[in-house]
Design a binder for this molecule. Structure first.
Ligand code: 6PG
Length: 624
C-alpha cells in the first residue's frame, strides 16, 4: 500500500494518478470519501476538527485493508497527524511518501487549482496541524512530476524484499509469520537446519503454500539479504545461549541501523547487556515481551516493547498488526521503556501468572475432597461469570471437563510442574531490590516441591490422616481467592514500580495494566479495573477501594487457612497473601528483636525510638 501524503495543494492526486497511469496500480483519492458536510465546511473555509475526520479516517482505514489485499495500491491522503496515520498502519504495511514545500509555494498552487472544494484559506490551519512523520520518503514539491513518479516507482519496485525477518519456526514464530503474512506483509522466515530440524522450513512453506508473501531460508546470509534495510529481524527462539549464538551468527551480515527484536522470554539483564553491546555497532537490540501463547501469536497478543524510541517508531505498525484492541480502542502493545524494560515487565507478567495459576491449583486442592471434576468446573465457571473472571479461570474450568475416553484427562496428568525460569528470575529480582514479593516465591516453591514426587509418595504413606472437618463454605473460598489475587497484583505492580524507578524506566503502571487486559495470559476483569485505578493512584496500598476490599475479605481467608491446616492441605500462596497482609498491617513489629540480635552477635548498629532517626547505637549486651 502506497500513501502519498502532504497538505492540500501539494500535488498528491496528480502524482498518484500519474503513477497509476505508468504502472497500472489502482489509485484512490481520500478526498473522495469525505462526507458532504465535511466538504461544505472546507469549501466555506472552516477547518475540520478531529471528530469531523473520525468517520472519514475509519472508513478509509477499512478500505485500505481491502485494497492492500489486492496488491500494490496508491492512495492520496493528507494524513496530517500521526494518530491518523497510526489508524491506517494498524491495517497494513504502508510505504509513505511525503510531499513537502513552503507555505508560499503551496498557496500559489492552491489559488490556481480549479474544480476543488478546498478553500485556499484553510492552508494555514493545515500547515499548523501537520506533524511530519519520522519515517517515509520525503519528496520536494519543486521536483518535476516525472522525477517524483520515477522515484516512487523505483522505490517500490526495488523493495521487493521482505519487510520483516523471523528467526525460529516454533509455535510462536510460525504464528507471528502467518499473522503478518495474512495482513499482506512480506515475511522472510529462517530456521536452522540441524538434524532434528532438517525440514522445518520446507514443511512450514508447504503447509502454507497459499501465502505467496512468505519466503523461507535455512541459510542465514540469504535470509538477511532478503530483508529490506534497515532490517527488522524478529527472534522467536529459546532464551539464553541460543540468542547469543544467533546474534554472533547474524552479526557479520547486518548493517548499521538494523533492528533485532528478541521476543523470547529472555532475562532482562541479558537484554540490557545485548542492547549495550550491539549499540556499539549501531544495531538496535529490542527486548519485546509477548504474551498470549500460540493463539495470541496467530490472532493478537499482548506486547511489551523495551528499547530505543527510534526503533519503536519503525516497528510500531507491526506491533499494532500483532495486537488486539483493548477497551479504549488502543492496540494491546506499548512502549515500556529503554533496554531491558520490556523483558522485565514480561517477567513480572509471568510471575503474576504463576501465582494466579497456583491459587487456582490450591482451590482445587481444597475442593477436590468434596467435589468431583464436573462440580469443580461448574464452580469455576460461576466465578468466571462474576468479578473474578479471568482467562486462567476460564481455561481451568475447561480443563476439568476434558475427557480421555471414559476418564477425566486431569486425573491422568502427573502432578509434577515445570518452569522455564521467569518465575525464578522474578523472585531473585524481588530479593535483590528488597521487594517483598512473597507470593511468587510461594508459587515457584510449590512447583519445586511438586517435583519431590518420590519423597512425597513415601511420606504420604505414613501421614496420619485427620478426621475431615466440615466442608468449607464456597463463599469463603471465593472471598479468599479475591483477597489473594489482589495481594498478588499489588506485589507484582509494586515490584515494577520499584525496579523500574531504580533502572530509570519509570514504567507507566496504567499503560502496562491496559496492555495486560487483552491478548495475554493474565487478562482479567481485575486487570481492567486496575488499568483505570492506576490512572489516578500509583500505589494500590493507598487506595481506599482496594484496602476496603481486603479488609472485608480478610476474615474469610483466615477461616480458609485454619480449615486447610486442620485438613492438612498445603495452601502456601493463600497463606503468603494473608501473612503479607498481616505484616503490612502491623504497627509495632518485632524487628526490634532482630536488630538487638544483630547487634548482640555482630555489633551491627540499631536506632532507638527515644532518640533521633540518624543516631546509631551499639550495646555491650554482656556488660552487667
Ligand atoms: C505467556 C506465557 C508464556 C509461557 C512461559 C511461562 O505470557 O504467553 O507466560 O510466555 O507460558 O513460557 O512458562 P513456564 O511456566 O514454563 O515458566
Amino acid at each position: 500500500m502506497i500513501i502519498i501524503m502532504g497538505v492540500s495543494g501539494s500535488g498528491k492526486t496528480t502524482l498518484g494518478k500519474n503513477i497509476s497511469k505508468l504502472t497500472g496500480w489502482p489509485f484512490y483519492d481520500a478526498d473522495d470519501f469525505h462526507s458532504k458536510k465535511n466538504k461544505q465546511k472546507m469549501s466555506s473555509g472552516i477547518p475540520l476538527t478531529d471528530s469531523d475526520r473520525e468517520f472519514w479516517l475509519n472508513s478509509i482505514s477499512k478500505k485500505i485493508a481491502t485494497w492492500s489485499e489486492k496488491g500494490e495500491t496508491i492512495l492520496a491522503c493528507s494524513s496530517l497527524r500521526e494518530k491518523y496515520r497510526k489508524k491506517f498502519m494498524r491495517e497494513t504495511a504502508i510505504k509513505w511518501f511525503v510531499l513537502e514545500g513552503s507555505y508560499n509555494d503551496l498557496k500559489d498552487r492552491l489559488i490556481n487549482r480549479k474544480n476543488h472544494f478546498f478553500n485556499s484559506k484553510l492552508l494555514k490551519s493545515q500547515i499548523e496541524v501537520f506533524e511530519p512523520p519520522s519515517y517515509g520518503l520525503y519528496l520536494k514539491l519543486k521536483q518535476s512530476l516525472k522525477s517524483k513518479s520515477e522515484t516512487i516507482i523505483s522505490e517500490i519496485k526495488k523493495n521487493k524484499e521482505s519487510l520483516i525477518g523471523i528467526v525460529g519456526l516454533g509455535v510462536m514464530g510460525r504464528g507471528i509469520a502467518l499473522n503478518l503474512a495474512e495482513k499482506g506483509v512480506r515475511v522472510s522466515v529462517y530456521n536452522r537446519k540441524s538434524i532434528e530440524e532438517k525440514k522445518v522450513v520446507d514443511d512450514f512453506l508447504k503447509s502454507n503454500i497459499h501465502y505467496k508473501n512468505i519466503i523461507g531460508f535455512d541459510k542465514i546470509k540469504n535470509f538477511v539479504e532478503s530483508i529490506e534495510t534497515p532490517r527488522k529481524i524478529w527472534l522467536m527462539i529459546k532464551s539464553g545461549e541460543p540468542v547469543d549464538k544467533l546474534i554472533d551468527e547474524i552479526k557479520p551480515y547486518l548493517e548499521p541501523k538494523d533492528i533485532i527484536i528478541d521476543s523470547g522470554n529472555s532475562n532482562y539483564l541479558d537484554t540490557q547487556k545485548r542492547e549495550k553491546e550491539l549499540k556499539k555497532i549501531n544495531i538496535d537490540f529490542v527486548g519485546c515481551g509477548i504474551s498470549g501463547g500460540e493463539y495470541g501469536a496467530r490472532n493478537g497478543a499482548s506486547i511489551m516493547f523495551g528499547g530505543a524510541k527510534k526503533a519503536y517508531s519503525k516497528i510500531e505498525f507491526v506491533l499494532n498488526m500483532l495486537s488486539v484492541n483493548t477497551k479504549n480502542n488502543k492496540p494491546s502493545q506499548a512502549y515500556i521503556g529503554t533496554d531491558g524494560s520490556g523483558h522485565f515487565v514480561k517477567m513480572v507478567h509471568n510471575s503474576i501468572e504463576y501465582v494466579e495459576m497456583q491459587l487456582i491449583a490450591e482451590i482445587y486442592s481444597i475442593v477436590k475432597s468434596f467435589m468431583n471434576n464436573d462440580e469443580i468446573s461448574k464452580l469455576l465457571n460461576k466465578w468466571n461469570k462474576g468479578s473474578q473472571s479471568s482467562y486462567l479461570l476460564d481455561i481451568s474450568r475447561q480443563i476439568f471437563q476434558k475427557r480421555d475416553k471414559k476418564k477425566y484427562l486431569i486425573d491422568l496428568i502427573v502432578d509434577k510442574s515445570d518452569n522455564k525460569g521467569t518465575g525464578i528470575w522474578s523472585s531473585i529480582t524481588a530479593l535483590k531490590h528488597g521487594e517483598p514479593n512473597t507470593m511468587i516465591s510461594s508459587a515457584i516453591n510449590a512447583r519445586f516441591i511438586s517435583n519431590m514426587r518420590s519423597i512425597r509418595n513415601s511420606l504420604a504413606k505414613n501421614n496420619t490422616s485427620l478426621k475431615k472437618t466440615n466442608i468449607i463454605d464456597l463463599e469463603i473460598l471465593e472471598k479468599s481467592y479475591e483477597f489473594s489475587r489482589l495481594i498478588n497484583h499489588i506485589q507484582g505492580f509494586k515490584m515494577i514500580k520499584k525496579v523500574s524507578k531504580s533502572k530509570g524506566w519509570e514504567c507507566d503502571l496504567s499503560e502496562i495494566a491496559r496492555v495486560w487486559t487483552q491478548g495475554c495470559i493474565i487478562r482479567s476483569q481485575l486487570m481492567e479495573n486496575l488499568s483505570l485505578i492506576f490512572t489516578k493512584s500509583k500505589n494500590l496500598l493507598e487506595n481506599p477501594l482496594i484496602i476496603n476490599k481486603l479488609k472485608k475479605s480478610e476474615k474469610s481467608l483466615s477461616n480458609l487457612i485454619s480449615y486447610a491446616a486442620k485438613n492438612k492441605i498445603p495452601i502456601d500462596s493463600f497463606s503468603s497473601a494473608y501473612n503479607f497482609w498481616l505484616s503490612i498491617c502491623t504497627d509495632n513489629s518485632t524487628a526490634n528483636l532482630i536488630q538487638a540480635q544483630r547487634n548482640f552477635f555482630g555489633v551491627h548498629g540499631y536506632l532507638r525510638k527515644d532518640k533521633g532517626s540518624k543516631e546509631i547505637f551499639k550495646t555491650n549486651w554482656l556488660n552487667k
